[in-house]
Design a protein around this ligand. Sequence first.
Ligand SMILES: NC(=O)c1ccc[n+]([C@@H]2O[C@H](COP(=O)([O-])OP(=O)(O)OC[C@H]3O[C@@H](n4cnc5c(N)ncnc54)[C@H](O)[C@@H]3O)[C@@H](O)[C@H]2O)c1
Length: 254
Amino acid sequence: MPTPDVFSLAGRCALVTGAGSGIGAAVAEAYARAGAAVLVTDVDSSPAIAVATQITAAGGTAEHHVLDVRDRDAADAAAAHAATLGGGTLHILVNNAGAIAPAMFGDLEEEAFRRVVDIHLVGSYTCAKAVLRYLPDDGTGRIINVTSAAGLTGTIGQANYGAAKAGVIGLTKSLARELARRHVTVNALAPLAATPMTQNIRANEKLAAKTLARIPLGRWAQPEEIAPSFVFFASDAASYITGQVLPVDGGTVI
Ligand SMILES: NC(=O)c1ccc[n+]([C@@H]2O[C@H](COP(=O)([O-])OP(=O)(O)OC[C@H]3O[C@@H](n4cnc5c(N)ncnc54)[C@H](O)[C@@H]3O)[C@@H](O)[C@H]2O)c1
């Protein structure tokens, strides 16, 4: 008898935020390859369209939706759109959207502090709230948040980002406890990857060397190497894991 594929996402429907680029795009593609119908959302329409088109060209099921995660009405509309792909059910939300505004604390303006907290933390709240009513209660419901080493250990030059990502961990753990009664699991990943977000670090010789020295595996991952961990958390393989934070970062946080 063949072993059931516990990593399959066949019959599942996923909404991925910030899926026009980097890790979100790789996750959307990996979910589609695993059999899920995917709503590719991003604040920018053309990258979202490009990723959804690539998925359908490869034989997967995907549509796109323009979603700024700070916009509650847009989040409600995106959740309703995603649920149409799942026959009224939305199994998986990935709160991946992100942006940075680095500055040493003395120069960190309130606007930049609030903007980063708004996108990462309030945006994760907003999207979780929007999908709540569509999540199944049969043990296949998943909220997967994206945090960072910055949220686990702090960081220099991005107190806004570190605070937002630490908040995402608190949100993850609290939602995990609350939604367990509905058999929905809530976990977070803390990735590290070569994406547009980390381009400035990688392009700066000194900063790049300093960062690499902190990665025991001694290299940056491509987003495609990060995406399988998101498949794992979305799948039946992770059905008994909730409230956890998994660093996928070459050993940066040990
Ligand atoms: N790349 C890394 O090493 C790293 C490390 C730790 C955490 N992360 C986290 O991983 C996630 C993905 O980052 P990435 O590296 O792929 O970056 P990226 O810049 O490649 O992608 C981020 C995406 O989010 C979108 N976005 C920005 N603001 C948005 C908004 N208000 N609403 C909706 N979408 C919005 C962007 O348009 C972009 O497509 C982020 O949450 C980031 O903080 C990344």
